[in-house]
Design a protein around this ligand. Structure first.
Ligand SMILES: [Zn+2]
Length: 329
């Protein structure tokens, strides 16, 4: 059932970034939030509201897995908000060599597909909005680097990046491509042997997870030689990402709070806000009276805080916004 929502972006909270001149005074917008029977279509009223938002209050952008699904990197959760796969847990990873062996075996096989993923229209529109002065910095919960590859700048990777590996014993940092090469040397022929061994009988290449992990049979994992640190030789190498149950470094959280406090508005793209690490910035913005706009397919935890809530397909909606603004997508 559709629901009428009135949104209001006033100019009292001017954006600290961007060269675009903004209207003075305030603009009120009435629009219809897309309801379930609109799924698959782009709601034009919502597009217009998003256009007004980025014109008048270039927002801080907060992105989640939903912006990368069109690049072939699936979400942990479906549109119903339910978890589809069990992600690696931080405690499990740091607590047992076997867990690290399992992670690296799966990640090794999944890396080719993960590394081959290309930015999609959503990433390109966000970068284009930034270039046009219609969007501020980006806080992303994704670890795939696709915003940067689309040309975005000022990207804070809240949950880290898969492109780097850190040693939990000595603190050494290694490039993921180097670790991939070390694993290839230590495990000749591994990918060929495990292809087709996925537990559910599906092809390995279709089972990649948002953190680069894949589904792999236990029998394949036990023969895998996990990488060890080039500096201290410990088998405690970890991708520089925050696993479920782990914490985001404090200075990174503070930086994101600062960005939120300075924002003219907060625009959430493709996140169900299920984890507190991203949701807390929505709460912060709402508490400070900063408009929160959520464009995500399916329900989100932040719906109660949202000034404007758009439940619509992300790529086509952003493409329509870009089209109205003359921003290349
Ligand atoms: Zn080390």
């Amino acid at each position: 059932m559709a629901q009428n929502v009135t949104s209001r972006w006033d100019a009292t909270h001017a954006a600290p970034w961007g060269p675009v001149a903004r209207d003075t005074g305030s603009v009120s917008l009435s629009l219809v939030v897309a309801a379930s029977h609109h799924h698959g279509r782009v709601p034009q009223a919502a597009v217009q509201a998003l256009v007004e938002l980025v014109r008048q209050r270039p927002p801080l952008i907060l992105t989640g897995a939903g912006i990368s699904t069109d690049s072939g990197i699936p979400d942990y959760r479906g549109p119903d908000g339910r978890r589809r796969v069990t992600p690696m847990q931080h405690g499990e990873f740091v607590g047992a060599s076997q867990a690290r062996q399992r992670y690296w075996a799966r990640s090794y096989v999944g890396w080719h597909r993960f590394a081959a993923a290309e930015p999609n229209v959503g990433h390109r529109v966000v970068a284009g909005l930034q270039a046009a002065g219609a969007a501020g910095p980006i806080i992303t919960q994704n670890v795939d680097g696709l915003h940067q590859r689309a040309g975005a700048r000022s990207v804070v990777e809240l949950h880290g990046t898969l492109a780097e590996v850190v040693c939990l014993t000595c603190g050494a940092r290694l490039d993921r491509d180097l670790v991939q090469a070390l694993m290839a040397d230590a495990n000749p022929g591994f990918v060929d042997r495990v292809t087709g061994l996925a537990e559910d009988g599906s092809r390995v290449s279709s089972q990649i997870r948002p953190d680069g992990d894949i589904v792999l049979a236990d029998s394949a994992v036990t023969e895998f030689r996990a990488p060890s640190c080039l500096v201290c030789r410990a088998d405690t190498l970890k991708p520089d990402v925050v696993f479920f149950g782990g914490s985001v470094p404090k200075d990174r959280v503070e930086r994101c709070y600062d960005l939120t406090d300075a924002a003219a508005a907060l625009l959430v793209l493709g996140s169900s806000l299920a984890v507190m690490s991203g949701y807390r910035f929505v709460r912060r913005a709402a508490a400070r009276g900063i408009p929160v706009v959520i464009l995500t397919h399916g329900p989100t935890r932040g719906d109660g805080e949202a000034t404007l809530r758009v439940d619509a397909p992300l790529g086509p909606t952003l493409a329509a916004v870009a089209d109205r603004l003359g921003v290349p997508a």
